[in-house]
Design a protein around this ligand. Structure first.
Ligand SMILES: C[S@@+](CC[C@H](N)C(=O)[O-])C[C@H]1O[C@@H](n2cnc3c(N)ncnc32)[C@H](O)[C@@H]1O
Length: 294
């Protein structure tokens, strides 16, 4: 399944592998939470391993979006997402967090979700999935002129997805809808600040999915050196996702081939995303391994 709101670079493809690494503790901190996929996975699959989950994201608007999703605002009973055109995106992105994040490419909050060449197909498919309304393009692509009434919106999306392997993703709002199921969870705390300002409790695992070196920086230029110093002197286990981390205070503990969909059109490249551990995190994994052997 997919976790979080649709996220640049398709984190949800490897999120399960990354999240299995984290040792148990009282608290789990996702300090660079972005599209919520890591916290989403952790809460769904590892809620017994932690008492509290803490989600932080520096960009404004994301927390509200996730809280709204958790409260059911984006479930299909309450919300039939209308198509947001490129023009509407550009004129409303600065005043509407939903438009800004969900309808931007890679959730970057800046450029429109779809390239011009695929926009013309995405709109008819969106309207087919959400409203069961087919224009000529949708009829041609899907080979039908209506979904049967027994098809839920999720079924329709799955159908469209399987039908259109060449397009990256189907309608995105369903992924927000999944977050709704987490509504009952009480132990999730939100912060909207820079990572070093989040108050951290003892007995915690800290996960940092930092802006990767040399890629899109989400509108703030990230100081990697300062982050490494902070993570090394924190005194808590810190795990960092990165492609490259040239600092001897961190050790690689896992490496995953990840298909990056950074281009909406083509250029799918495979590169290895790694998880690095600071001293405390490394020692914790090592003691866990030793305990498992004895
Ligand atoms: C690689 S993305 C994280 C993706 C996330 N794991 C997900 O599942 O969607 C990095 C995130 O860090 C955020 N960020 C950048 N600088 C930050 C800072 N100083 N403190 C906290 N978050 C920051 C960015 O806005 C971005 O959402």
């Amino acid at each position: 399944m997919n976790y979080g709101i649709p996220y640049m670079g398709s984190k949800s493809k490897i999120v399960d592998k990354v999240c299995r690494i984290f040792p148990k503790a009282e608290n789990f901190y996702d300090l660079f939470g972005g599209g919520f996929s890591v916290s989403h996975y952790m809460i769904r699959n590892r809620s017994k391993d932690y008492k509290e989950f803490h989600f932080n994201e520096i960009r404004a608007g994301i927390n509200e979006l996730i809280k709204d999703a958790l409260a059911g605002k984006y479930s299909y009973e309450n919300f039939k997402p209308e198509w947001i055109s490129r023009e509407r995106f550009n004129s409303e992105k600065d005043s509407n967090a939903y438009i800004k994040i969900i309808w931007s490419f890679g959730n970057n909050g800046d450029s429109y979700l779809f390239g011009e060449s695929i926009e013309q197909y995405k709109k008819p498919l969106h309207n087919a999935v959400v409203f069961n309304e087919f224009d000529d393009t949708a009829k041609k692509i899907l080979g039908m002129d209506k979904f049967k009434e027994v098809f839920s919106v999720t079924d329709r999306r799955l159908f469209v997805r399987s039908r259109i392997a060449l397009m990256n993703k189907g309608s995105r709002k369903g992924e927000l809808q999944q977050l709704e199921r987490l509504q009952q969870l009480q132990q999730l705390h939100f912060y909207n600040t820079s990572y070093e300002k989040v108050p951290l409790k003892k007995d915690s695992i800290v996960y940092c999915d930092i802006p990767y070196i040399g890629t899109a920086d989400y509108g703030n230029s990230f100081n990697h050196r300062k982050f490494y110093d902070w993570a090394s002197s924190l005194g808590l286990p810190v795990f960092v996702s990165e492609y490259r981390l040239d600092d001897s205070r961190f050790k690689v503990v896992a490496s995953f081939e990840k298909k990056s969909l950074l281009s909406a059109t083509e250029n799918r490249t495979a590169k290895a995303e790694k998880v690095f551990a600071n001293k405390e995190a490394y020692e914790l994994l090592r003691s866990r391994r030793i305990n498992a052997q004895t």
